[in-house]
Design a protein around this ligand. Structure first.
Ligand code: SAM
Length: 311
């Protein structure tokens, strides 16, 4: 059995927000170790239905074992971006209860050396959520143009030394491919000035590469649009994000779809119909002091919740 460790973030806050009821259909788009799914299942007995997605074999194996006694759970090994087709195949027309998204990577993915996400543990450059994918951090680091490396380090990592780091990568790979997390971390340390900071100099670049490898931001945009079309009136969407780029996407999506008018500014007559979402969390919910003490990474989590309005 896989040795899987993950601390579920804002377990109660994110699930309570869904106002779970027996008899309704729920989706956990990011199953992970199954912490949120388990709590949803406890609240929707005996006849609610939960469909949970992940594309990581380790997560699927660990959560399948943890949740094996629940009859009303369907675990799907697929990207949540395929939600529309998957629900169609399961003959589910609408998500009547709600959807949970706990974005980003699990503790297991980030800390298992062989997954190649961590600059602190030397391993082949990998960072794939889906081990069946043939595109990894190795491809990004060794084959992206200098301009593309600068772009992703700046956009996804908000890294101020993007240019220097990209230049060094391109110089280095003319001599030999960059194969490991350790080689990349050392290269970043050598390419950047020594600055007193609480974070490792490779943190932002590693985050950027991970986002690129797994198309995390594109996927979040995609799932939000698809979920909006699938939610039944009154159903709820509860989203936990871990960095400002994701949180901004969620916040702007909720804001846009809760506006009375979403027409182009130059349009004279409103054609867009009533707002589609009601924002439940005017400000994001943060992890409690107690949770942050036991699981420090929860310090960056933000939970935003909205309800689908009657169309
Ligand atoms: C933060 S973890 C979820 C943890 C889970 N809520 C728990 O309590 O154990 C995020 C999970 O989302 C999965 N994931 C990321 N992108 C995905 C995608 N496009 N489709 C399905 N799952 C995805 C990751 O593999 C990871 O297991």
């Amino acid at each position: 059995m896989v040795d899987f460790k993950h601390y579920t973030v804002m377990r109660h806050e994110a699930v309570d927000a869904l106002e779970c009821k027996d008899g309704l259909v729920y989706v956990d788009a990011t199953l992970g170790g199954g912490g949120h799914s388990e709590l949803i299942l406890q609240k929707i007995q005996p006849s609610g239905q939960l469909i949970s997605f992940d594309l990581d074999d380790d997560a699927i194996e660990a959560a399948s074992e943890r949740l094996k006694n629940y009859k009303n759970l369907t675990i799907v090994k697929d990207s949540y971006t395929n939600i529309t087709n998957v629900l169609q195949e399961l003959r589910v027309n609408k998500i009547t209860g709600g959807v949970l998204l706990d974005l980003g990577a699990s503790y297991h993915q980030l800390t298992k050396a062989e997954r190649g996400f961590s600059f602190a543990k030397n391993a082949p450059l990998d960072m794939r959520f889906n081990k069946d994918s043939d595109f990894s951090a190795f491809n990004v680091v060794n084959f992206y143009s200098e301009a593309d490396l600068i772009r992703i380090f700046s956009e996804y990592g908000e890294e101020r030394f993007s240019k220097r780091i990209a230049k060094k990568i391109v110089e280095q790979r003319r001599i030999k491919t960059i194969d490991t997390t350790g080689e990349l971390a050392d290269l970043i340390i050598n390419a950047t000035p020594r600055i007193k900071s609480s974070i490792h100099p490779a943190t932002r670049v590693f985050q950027a590469i991970r986002i690129e490898v797994n198309q995390e931001l594109t996927n979040v945009k995609d799932i939000l649009e698809k979920v909006l079309a699938l939610l039944a009136d009154g159903a709820i969407i509860s989203v936990i994000s871990f960095h400002s780029l994701e949180d901004r996407l969620v916040k702007n999506f909720f804001k846009y779809h809760s506006q009375k008018c979403r027409c182009e500014k130059n349009q004279m007559i409103c054609k867009c119909g009533p707002p589609e979402l009601e924002i439940i969390t005017k400000k994001p919910i943060l992890a409690s002091e107690e949770e942050i003490k036991t699981n420090p990474p929860s310090r960056s989590a933000k939970l935003r919740v909205s309800r689908k309005l009657c169309s």
